[in-house]
Unconditional design. Structure first.
Length: 300
C-alpha cells in the first residue's frame, strides 16, 4: 500500500495549484509539458510510489489548477515548484521534467540549487532551435484560441501520448479543464526560453532519457550531455518522444536504478552507467563494447 493525498494550496494572489503526493521515501517532483497535465505521470505514481515519494502537480491553467494571474514563464513555474516544496515541508527533492517540463527543471536547478538533489530530463531540452519542432509548437499555440481547434489540439496531443483508450480518456478529461491563454503562454515559452549557455553552472547529477526513435530530439540529448558537468545519457530502444506513458516500465526502472547508483561515491560514473545498462538488459549487454538492444548508456 502507498500513502496518497491530494491537496490544493494557495499562493500568489489566490492562485491555486492542484498537487498529489503518493508513497514515501526520497521525493521526486514531476513536471508536465504544455496542454498535458499531471495525469501524464499516471504510471510513475502507480509504480514509483513503492520506492519514492512521488509528487505531481498541474501547472497554472492546466488540469485542476486555476489560471495564472501573471504571464506564464519558466521562471514563474520554477518558483511554483519551490513554493510547492515549502508548502509540503520538503527540504530537498529530485525533479523530473518531461519534454518542455525539462526546461522548467533546468531553470529550477539554476534558480534554487540548494533545494534539489538532482534532475531527470525525459525527452527534454535546454532550448528549441530546429525548424520542424518550432513550427509544430507555433501551430499548437495558434490552435489554442478557437474553441474547436483547442479541443482538436487536446485530442491530438492526449491521443499521441496515450497507450490505450483508458489512458487517453484520463489525459483528455484532465486536459479539457486547461485554459487556452496559459497553454499558449507555455507553448510560447518553449520557443523563447534557452539556458544552454548556463548548463555548466548546474552541478547536480542529471539523468537524461530519450527515445531512440525520437530522432529530432537527439541533438538536444547530446547538447545537454555535453553541457551538463554531471550527466548520464540513455536512449530507450523503440521509444519515441512520449516515454512516461508509452515506455513507463523502462523509464521507472531507469530512474530507480540511477537514484540508487548515486549512493556509490567511489565507483566511476561511467562504470555505474554501464552497470545500470546491464541490469536493464543483461542478455544483450554482456560486454562493455557491445551496444544494448534495449537501453544504450553513454557515460557522463
Amino acid at each position: 500500500m502507498t500513502e496518497e493525498t491530494t491537496l490544493p494550496f494557495a499562493h500568489l494572489k489566490g492562485t491555486i495549484l492542484n498537487y498529489e503526493i503518493s508513497g514515501t521515501g526520497i521525493p521526486i517532483v514531476f513536471i508536465h509539458p504544455p496542454l498535458l497535465t499531471s495525469e501524464s505521470f499516471f504510471y510513475q505514481k502507480k509504480q514509483l510510489s513503492h520506492h519514492f515519494q512521488v509528487i505531481t502537480f498541474d501547472i497554472r491553467g492546466h488540469g485542476s489548477s486555476l489560471a495564472s494571474e501573471r504571464p506564464l514563464s519558466m521562471e514563474l513555474i520554477a518558483r511554483d515548484v519551490r513554493m510547492l516544496l515549502d508548502e509540503t515541508g520538503i527540504e530537498k527533492a529530485y525533479l523530473c521534467g518531461y519534454s518542455t517540463g525539462g526546461m522548467v527543471l533546468l531553470e529550477a536547478l539554476l534558480a534554487y540549487p540548494e533545494r534539489f538533489l538532482g534532475g531527470i530530463v525525459v525527452s527534454g531540452m535546454s532550448e528549441l532551435t530546429d525548424v520542424y519542432n518550432k513550427i509544430r509548437v507555433w501551430m499548437a499555440c495558434n490552435m489554442t484560441g478557437p474553441v474547436m481547434l483547442m479541443d482538436l489540439l487536446k485530442k491530438a496531443i492526449t491521443n499521441g501520448n496515450a497507450d490505450n483508450h483508458e489512458t487517453y480518456r484520463q489525459l483528455y478529461e484532465s486536459a479539457k479543464k486547461d485554459t487556452s491563454n496559459d497553454v499558449c503562454m507555455y507553448f510560447k515559452q518553449t520557443i523563447a526560453y534557452s539556458c544552454t549557455h548556463r548548463l555548466r553552472n548546474i552541478k547536480h547529477p542529471i539523468l537524461l532519457m530519450f527515445g531512440r526513435k525520437d530522432r529530432s530530439f537527439h541533438r538536444y540529448a547530446h547538447l545537454l550531455h555535453q553541457g551538463l558537468p554531471n550527466s548520464s545519457l540513455y536512449f530507450i530502444k523503440d521509444a519515441k518522444h512520449q516515454i512516461p506513458i508509452k515506455n513507463a516500465t523502462k523509464m521507472n526502472d531507469l530512474i530507480r536504478l540511477w537514484v540508487e547508483s548515486l549512493e556509490d561515491q567511489h565507483t566511476e560514473r561511467g562504470l555505474l552507467d554501464l552497470a545500470i545498462a546491464r541490469k536493464m538488459n543483461p542478455a544483450m549487454y554482456g560486454e562493455e563494447t557491445r551496444a544494448s538492444e534495449e537501453t544504450e548508456a553513454s557515460p557522463g
